[in-house]
Design a protein around this ligand. Sequence first.
Ligand code: PLP
Length: 414
Amino acid sequence: MKQHEQFPLVPISRGDGIWLVDEDGNRYLDAVSSWWVNLFGHNNTRIKDAIKLQLDTLEHVMLAGFTHEPVVALSEKLAKLTGLGHAFYGSDGASATEIALKMSFHYWRNTGKPNKTKFVSLQNSYHGETLGALGVTDVAIFKDTYAPLLMQSAQMPSPDFRLAETEESAENYAMRCAEALQNYFAAHHHEIAAFIIEPLVQCAAGMGMYHPIYMARACEICTQYEVHLIADEIAVGFGRTGTMFACEQANIKPDFICLSKGITGGYLPLSAVLTTDEVYQAFYDDSTIRGFLHSHSYTGNPLACSAALATLAIFESDNVLQTNLEKAAAIWAKMQVLTDLPIKHLRHQGMIFAFDVVTQNAQFSKQCYQAALQQNLLIRPVGNTVYFMPPYTITFDEINTMVTAAYQAVKNSI
Ligand SMILES: *Cc1c(COP(=O)(O)O)cnc(C)c1O
């Protein structure tokens, strides 16, 4: 709060495609998709119209004992896309994590393995900040204050390629991390319920990218040791990594997939946990307490579901993943100008782009953010990592504008 005396809030009055417009009429290119939620620009006609249409029919009804068309249609679409046929809805990413953790734990109780109660995540992981989700998150600044409140979990070495030895390939490093996972599971699998990971990119850790072989190996190891694999695709889902879901790049089918953020194109809060027939069956019983009792008032909200359906319709009609390949190539080509600056680990995965700035300036991230605003660009460096995760509607002109402004902002703050 106090820091805002130096960094005044920016009052945004409207959105216009990739641009945010403040009350004085200044425009900011939203290169972080308003914290990774926006896919097709602000004030998008198709998503907006779908919500308006739904608003004239049914704004909300409880999903207990009742159902409605948008939630059924969305569940069927998500099932087709993920190969996981059962959906449970929440309203934000952290609650999706909570749902997946609870469901995994409860599955093992229902199937006669009540000792499987522990969770494992990766070093530098981020899965949300409610108490359960924070328990499997590994970011000290969010976690340390609340440590006495949190459930204990184990962290495995992160395959983030920046952590590899010099000379070591991304693939070899990923295999080395997978070996550590295997050793841990060999010793502890009887008490582990699930392993939760962010597939391909650990976004909150500063866009830590890794080789897909890690996911393939992790999935095999989980199967071998009867541990659930929870894929937290909250940030990376819906095309960010180049494929619809990051898991596709390792050809794996996890036991749970958590989705949120881009699911509604950034319009309304919604999250979903997708799971398998096998998990579903473990809760299918006459006894109420063997059911999954997770009450959530706004579960499957029709307005949010209709925004999600409109978002998925854009993917289908506009050949989005294909077009993104060209845009990603253009952004990557343009970003090569940044190699003039003192940076390392210039990297990208699909439509996520990042580099780490080498500087002694301890205030780099705040100053760079501020310098970028002066260039009409919204970026939010994570420590010394500068990244772009723009809406997919970015044009080739806007790509130039974005990278040029970032170049100046970095140069002015190192
Ligand atoms: C943002 C994020 C979450 C938490 O989502 P919220 O909606 O902010 O609670 C969880 N996991 C990952 C990977 C995220 O990026």
